[in-house]
Design a protein around this ligand. Structure first.
Ligand code: FAQ
Length: 307
């Protein structure tokens, strides 16, 4: 069985839910996919915060669609996790209990409308860099989910870029607001790729299993290289004085990331960790009656078909 699994992975074919798989492979997938699902669900909050305050009806409808897409990604990913034999309710309970991880990036606040532009451009931009290679992940349901998710993320990224472009080419105050939002989100978006390779306990095995195709640092570098020309088009700057083209490496060199901040956010001490979980708990409680009604409806329907 192990030999067949290894051969399937080596041949770039997909492992499907009914195939035999090593227990550690299954566990790693549940860990990564559920964290990813939680990120999408918690990730609705920083932007949802601006739906009622979007500056025009057009912006409001675009933002509503984007946040709704994120809910869809979350549900899609929970379904992919369920193909590995876990229960969505258990995953949700772990999140509500504050035991499950989700991306550090969603623990930062969105004080201005420009933050919505910065999230779209930087956060969705980083998500695309990280997730496009996951479309080739060895586990079929995860890889297929990523194809659709990435298509939607690229629309999200462009809408964020466009918000920032408009602001950066508006009044002085608007340009300042755009620059400040980029300054706030740039470093946390670099942390989305995870710890440096030397401190990433899961990378080597996940790459061997072809779940991850590139290391955290490789994808982070790709993202920095992508941001530099784009920020020039925006007419803004990135808040890193050490950013410079390195012709020998063929990449941009960049400054040191504040890993203490990253670990603090992971420990629950980021600016919005407590608020995000409290909000998610309340939303879950507020949805109790919907779940009860759905169960009652299903029971009624089942009883009717038996008659
Ligand atoms: N935040 O050994 P590694 C989105 C944890 S995009 C929190 O390197 P791995 C779209 C890691 O889980 C955001 N925790 O781990 C959107 C591990 O903990 P564990 C979500 C982090 O798995 C946009 C430990 O550190 N995207 O939602 C972070 O090989 C806009 C050691 O790290 C994904 O989840 C972090 N930043 O690599 C939505 C993509 N980084 O479990 C709304 C799929 C690391 O051992 C608005 N995931 N950790 O206790 C992945 O590609 C990988 O899981 C990585 C981490 C690259 C995130």
């Amino acid at each position: 069985m192990q030999a067949r699994f290894d051969a399937t992975v080596a041949a770039e074919q997909r492992i499907e839910p009914r195939d035999w798989m090593p227990e550690a492979y299954r566990k790693t997938l549940v860990r990564q996919i559920s964290q990813h699902a939680h990120s999408e669900i918690i990730g609705m909050q920083p932007e949802g915060n601006w739906i009622t305050r979007a500056p025009s009806l057009k912006r409001k409808s675009i933002l509503m669609a984007k946040v709704q897409d994120e809910a869809g990604h979350g549900l899609y990913l929970y379904s992919a996790a369920e193909t590995l034999g876990v229960d969505r309710q258990d995953l949700t309970e772990q999140l509500l209990a504050g035991k499950a991880k989700y991306s550090s990036i969603f623990n930062y606040p969105t004080p201005t409308w420009a933050d919505i532009g910065a999230i779209g451009w930087l956060v969705d931009g980083a998500a695309i860099c990280n997730q496009v290679p996951l479309c080739r992940a060895s586990y079929g349901p995860y890889a297929r989910a990523m194809v659709r998710v990435c298509k939607e993320e690229s629309f999200h990224q462009r809408q964020g870029f466009e918000i920032l472009y408009e602001l950066a080419h508006g009044t002085e105050a608007q340009k300042k607001m755009a620059q400040e939002a980029v300054d706030r989100w740039y470093w946390p978006s670099l942390m989305m790729f995870g710890p440096p390779d030397a401190d990433s306990p899961n990378s080597a095995q996940s790459m061997q299993w072809k779940i991850k195709r590139f290391s955290n640092d490789e994808l982070r570098q790709r993202f920095v290289d992508m941001c530099v020309p784009q920020v020039e088009v925006l007419g803004l700057t990135l808040p890193d004085p050490e950013l410079s083209w390195n012709p020998d490496r063929g990449h941009y060199d960049f400054g040191e990331i504040d890993w203490t901040e990253f670990h603090q956010v992971l420990k629950g001490n980021g600016p919005c960790n407590a608020q995000r979980i409290a909000h998610r708990r309340k939303a879950h409680q507020d949805g109790d009656w919907v779940r009860e009604a759905a169960v009652a409806h299903a029971a009624k329907k089942a009883a009717r078909t038996k008659q």
